[in-house]
Design a protein around this ligand. Structure first.
Ligand code: KG4
Ligand code: ZN
Length: 334
């Protein structure tokens, strides 16, 4: 039997819909909300309102692009958690309404599980068990995946996420939100060893990024006192050094996780995994340590609904359906 699923993602500031058939992505439509740039971060109320405006056209386009009629759907999926509650509610209510109208099953998806499973969209995909370093705006985790539905977090950040480290550093530098891609852009012409930012000493597989942010802030305050044009003159070197330190923190923990578990199938996921320097550093490290490394296509790194659709596909196959009145929750299981 063929399985066709419509999936909706609205956990933060992207309104997204995707149609997948038998694990193959037929469409992946994303409406990004530019309005937050001027505020230096996502404004929850504005995000919810933008989702309400975007949801109908985004879902329409995803069906149109896939060439799939509503009546052909076998299930409807939505991101249940984590995320901004008002934002999640828009996607959840829309998905629930369609499922109810069509009398089709509803599937709830954990956003972080979906980031990990984005690695299963393209071929070649990792074999189980694999480790995934998930690096997004709100989370930094090392996840051990035994199967698409059996995942365990074995390390995570105790304070800021890697994406936050990029975004907050960018904010200190006067760059707009989201700062990650801009730090990457400026870093391209900079020297990653120009400034030596500290690597935190956190035991085990956990991460910490708040000390790095403070170190960057104090360093820049001191330098700007001496030379008010310091940031303008040294922006590429500052960005390259920040990016270098974030990447080494991430990869050092990943090496430790591989050593501890004996697993050499290694993936990255989440918005920060779109960073080209992180992707090439992962490849290099993989060659050195004999890992098989994987990362999702760029369109499946930052928030998207294709990753929700692929996760829903595996949940469908394992018969994991939600109640028709499922709602977003602060904590969802995966
Ligand atoms: O996964 P995502 O799209 O949303 C969340 O679930 O949080 O991740 C967004 C994060 C932001 O912090 C953004 O700055 C970061 O991913 N990001 C990047 C890059 N593209 C997105 N960070 C570094 N380099 C990039 N190219
Ligand atoms: Zn995300």
């Amino acid at each position: 039997m063929s399985i066709t699923i419509l999936a909706i993602e609205s956990s933060c500031d992207e309104t997204a819909a995707s149609v997948c058939r038998d694990g193959r992505i037929l469409s992946n439509i994303i409406a990004s909300q530019k309005i937050h740039e001027q505020y230096g971060g996502v404004v929850p109320e504005l995000a919810s309102r933008a989702h309400m405006q975007n949801i109908v056209p985004v879902v329409d386009q995803s069906l149109l692009k896939a060439g799939v009629l509503l009546s052909e759907l076998d299930a409807v999926a939505f991101t249940q958690a984590p995320g901004l509650i008002g934002a999640l509610l828009v996607g959840a209510q829309f998905a629930r309404s369609i499922a109810l109208a069509l009398d089709k099953p509803l599937i709830t998806v954990h956003h972080m599980q979906a980031h990990v499973l984005a690695n299963l969209i393209d071929s070649p995909s990792p074999s189980f068990p694999f480790l995934c370093l998930t690096v997004s705006g709100g989370h930094t985790q090392i996840v051990l995946c035994e199967s698409p539905t059996l995942l365990k977090v074995i390390g995570e950040t105790i304070d800021d996420a890697a994406g936050e480290a990029f975004d907050k550093s960018a904010k200190i530098l006067g760059l707009p939100y989201p700062g990650g891609p801009l730090i990457e852009l400026h870093a391209q012409s900079g020297n990653p060893k120009a400034f030596n930012f500290p690597e935190p000493k956190i035991p085990g597989l956990d991460f910490s990024f708040s000390g790095l942010k403070t170190a960057i802030l104090y360093f820049l305050q001191d330098e700007v006192k001496e030379n008010p044009a310091f940031i303008d003159q040294k922006l590429p070197d500052i960005c390259a050094s920040i990016q270098y330190r974030i990447i080494t923190i991430l990869l050092n923990k990943l090496k430790k996780a591989s050593l501890q578990t004996g697993i050499r199938e290694i993936c990255i996921a989440g918005g920060v995994s779109a960073n080209r320097s992180l992707r090439s550093a992962l490849k290099e490290t993989g060659q050195k340590y004999h890992w098989n490394t994987y990362f999702p296509s760029l369109e499946y790194c930052t928030d998207n609904a294709a990753m929700i659709a692929i996760t829903a596909y595996y949940k469908f196959k394992s018969g994991d359906f939600a109640a028709k009145d499922a709602i977003p929750t602060a904590k969802a299981t995966w």
